[in-house]
Design a protein around this ligand. Structure first.
Ligand code: ADP
Ligand code: MG
Length: 215
């Protein structure tokens, strides 16, 4: 039998990053109701609508004015999220993508290792902006393990490993008590629910695999 694993390309070009954002937009659209349900339990029931609006705007601007490089795709996507999402998640996701895009510089193609490094910088910027750390029941509980896995997994398995780590991280927020964001107002009553931002982060990371598979 042949090896049926997806082979991670040696380099990722601008179109890979456009596919990533398009896949993220589709996943958010598909899962918007679930994200809003999660946010209705421990927040204000707008997370699905926030991200649906934000990523639809990202997909639109990337279609209309496709940037020339991977870094520019992420910077534009991040800027778009910041300007279209009213909730806390807009500036946080916007910072993630903008910071990662800046870290990629103006290279026409980047390696998966460079992407892992760039996302690590983006996640650090999210932590700095929001003042949260692992265990606070936020998107960081999915993003941090995802970027760790992305950097550590062997080539060819990195995106799958990252998606798994993000999903496990998101599920791991269920027993946590929220210490940042709106959910923290609930104190102990935030325990027993999955964090909506961690759930959407798992979608964003899983979309990397779709961008890869669609090559
Ligand atoms: P809002 O809380 O303003 O309604 P959203 O519902 O769109 O915004 O997003 C809520 C999500 O944002 C939370 O589930 C959490 O993952 C994330 N979040 C909120 N505050 C922070 C923070 N300080 N640091 C990291 N993530 C945060
Ligand atoms: Mg909300």
């Amino acid at each position: 039998m042949g090896d049926v694993r997806t082979v991670t390309p040696v380099t990722l070009d601008r179109d890979f990053f456009r596919r990533w954002m398009a896949a993220a937009a589709a996943a958010v659209e598909r899962e918007a109701d679930r994200l809003t349900e999660l946010d209705s339990a421990i927040g204000d029931a707008d997370h699905g609508a926030n991200l649906r609006r934000g990523f639809a705007a990202v997909a639109e601007v990337l279609d209309k004015e496709p940037p020339a490089t991977p870094g520019a795709v992420l910077v534009l996507a991040g800027r778009q999220l910041i300007s279209t999402v009213g909730g806390a998640s807009g500036p946080l996701y916007g910072t993630l993508l903008r910071r990662a895009g800046k870290a990629l510089g103006d290279a026409a193609e980047v390696t998966p290792a460079a992407l892992a490094e760039a996302l690590r910088a983006g996640v650090a910027a999210v932590a700095q902006l929001g003042g949260a750390k692992a265990g606070d029941k936020t998107m960081l509980d999915a993003l941090e393990p995802a970027v760790e896995a992305l950097g550590a997994a062997p080539p060819g398995e990195a995106f799958a490993a990252a998606a798994r780590a993000a999903e496990e991280g998101a599920l791991g927020t269920v027993p946590m008590q929220a210490r940042k964001g709106r959910a923290s107002y609930l104190g102990e009553r935030s325990i027993g629910h999955q964090d909506p931002g961690a759930a959407s982060s798992a979608l964003l990371i899983a979309a990397l695999r779709e961008a890869e598979a669609a090559r």
